[in-house]
Design a protein. Structure first.
Length: 505
């Protein structure tokens, strides 16, 4: 039994001894694994540092291709484009060659990428050093030394965004690849399968962006450190256009409706309080849209969105129109002391702009106010500076009887009182001239009182008409300003539409 146990133990460890044996003719290990070990051992003997070429002067050619899988994120605030891509590298490695006839016709094997030489191609405009550019994948090697490496990568690249035509904007981003240490005399770059563009065969459509253009080119750049050594690079360009369906409902449609309300504001009478309420509400609505726009665009952008400029212009015109409406409403309803508009403002708005916009409003002039106060008396000039000018004509009665004045003349109570006193103090034989003098003096006093009353009402009417005139001048200025703002706002809207659609095309 002891002999049998020792025999069985020796037979069980025989395969392990075969694996550790340097010989390769054991049936327990495949020819593929033997070939891989052979290649890696040879590579370890020479090391993976240095280009895998026979002659030092030989240029190794690396073909590079890029397949876009998905646009993960477009960070406009930080000017970063994040993409998921497949990179393709092909080159020739003289240390990874073998004769298929000696290895059961094997023409292709896979080896770890960290045990062989790989080109040091880097994304020049890499934006996030914390993110590893490429994942660990195997290298496919053919018997003639042709190597293909297809790692996956999540790239974060710098991309300057222009928000001038937001949200109808299109952005052009680039991904620049090149060797970090080898110049053009040691390593040359070419496009994989001569495709000067990114492959979109496996692309997953983004929710916010559409790809409208895709191309690539090869350039050589001479850096300041090495002015005589060209460094080739392959630059891939991708042009993406924003989908406007989402922004149509949160920016474009509210903006269009507020623009219509703004046009209505300029037609509301300036003395109406409803204009103030509507103007303030529209102002607040535009301000909210402006805040929403600021959250959607980069804060340090070189260009300002045209729609943001449009919001600001709308707010400025609404503010000016509301301020003028407040002035007119204050004068119209509170009855405060009204100051006349400056002469230059009246000249500009009433005499020039009002005629251009065919706005006619009759403003009472001072001469017209004076003509309405004419006294219906013929050839009457009253006292001036306390001196009596007796230039009025009074027909002298043919005879003055004791019966006194006629019935028509006695209807005046003041004159009747005077004549009663005269009849008491004078005799029937008094001179007619004395009576005529008394009558004239009494009549002059009554006319003086009438003149004072008429001047009082005349001054009162002049003040009222002057106040009304100043108020109408302000009202005309407000109406002209509103009409001017209406035309300007309409022009701004039309220009905005033309500029945006021209920029889009």
């Amino acid at each position: 039994m002891g002999r049998l146990a020792r025999f069985m133990l020796g037979f069980s460890i025989l395969p392990l001894l075969a694996i550790d044996s340097p010989k390769h003719d054991f049936p327990f290990v495949s020819k593929e694994k033997q070939l891989i070990k052979f290649l890696l051992d040879r590579y370890a003997q020479f090391g993976r540092i240095g280009r895998p070429v026979i002659n030092t002067s030989e240029i190794i050619t690396v073909k590079f291709g890029l397949s876009l899988i998905q646009i993960l994120k477009v960070d406009e605030k930080n000017q970063v484009l994040e993409t998921n891509v497949w990179e393709t590298f092909t080159w020739k490695d003289m240390l990874l060659t073998w004769n298929p006839n000696e290895h059961e016709g094997i023409t292709k094997v896979r080896v770890p990428s960290d045990q062989v030489w790989i080109p040091d191609l880097k994304l020049y405009n890499f934006a996030d050093p914390r993110l590893k550019e490429q994942r660990e994948t195997l290298v496919v090697v053919e018997y003639d030394g042709a190597v293909m490496w297809m790692p996956q990568a999540i790239l974060r690249s710098n991309c300057p965004f222009s928000t001038t035509y937001f949200p109808f904007d299109a952005q052009m981003c680039r991904l620049k690849f090149g060797s970090w240490t080898y110049d053009g005399t040691q390593l040359d770059l070419e496009f994989f399968q001569d495709a000067q563009m990114m492959s979109l065969a496996n692309y997953l459509s983004a929710t916010e962006w559409d790809i409208v253009d895709n191309f690539a080119n090869k350039t050589e750049f001479f850096y300041d450190c090495c002015p005589n050594q060209p460094y080739p690079d392959l630059t891939f360009y991708i042009k993406i256009k924003r989908k406007v369906a989402f922004y149509t409902f949160i920016l474009i449609l509210p903006c269009a409706l507020l623009s219509l309300l703004t046009l209505v504001i300029f037609w509301v009478p300036p003395e109406s309080p409803a204009k103030l309420v509507l103007g303030m509400n529209v102002f607040v609505a535009f301000f909210v849209l402006l805040l929403l726009l600021a959250e959607s665009t980069p804060k340090a952008a070189e260009s300002v969105p045209l729609i943001g400029t449009y919001f600001c212009l709308s707010m400025i015109m609404i503010t000016l129109s509301t301020i003028l409406a407040v002035i007119v409403t204050n004068m119209f309803f509170r009855g405060v002391r009204i100051n006349r508009a400056p002469a230059w403002l009246r000249k500009l708005m009433i005499d020039i702009v009002a005629r251009i916009f065919c706005i006619r409003d009759k403003i009472v002039e001072d001469q017209q106010m004076e003509s309405s106060q004419k006294v219906v008396c013929s050839q009457v000039r009253l006292l001036n500076d306390g001196k009596e000018e007796q230039t009025f004509r009074l027909p002298k009665p043919p005879s003055m009887q004791n019966t006194g004045l006629t019935q028509h003349q006695q209807q005046n109570s003041g004159l009747q009182h005077v004549f009663e006193q005269n009849n008491c103090n004078t005799s029937p034989d008094s001179n007619d001239n004395d009576r005529f003098t008394i009558l004239k003096s009494s009549l002059a006093a009554d006319l003086r009182k009438i003149r004072e009353i008429m001047e009082f009402y005349k001054d009162k009417k002049e003040k009222a008409e002057k106040k009304e005139k100043y108020l109408r001048e302000w009202r005309v200025i407000c109406c002209v300003t509103d009409r001017l703002f209406f035309v300007l706002y309409l022009f701004v809207n039309i220009s905005m539409i033309i500029v945006i659609f021209y920029g889009i095309n």
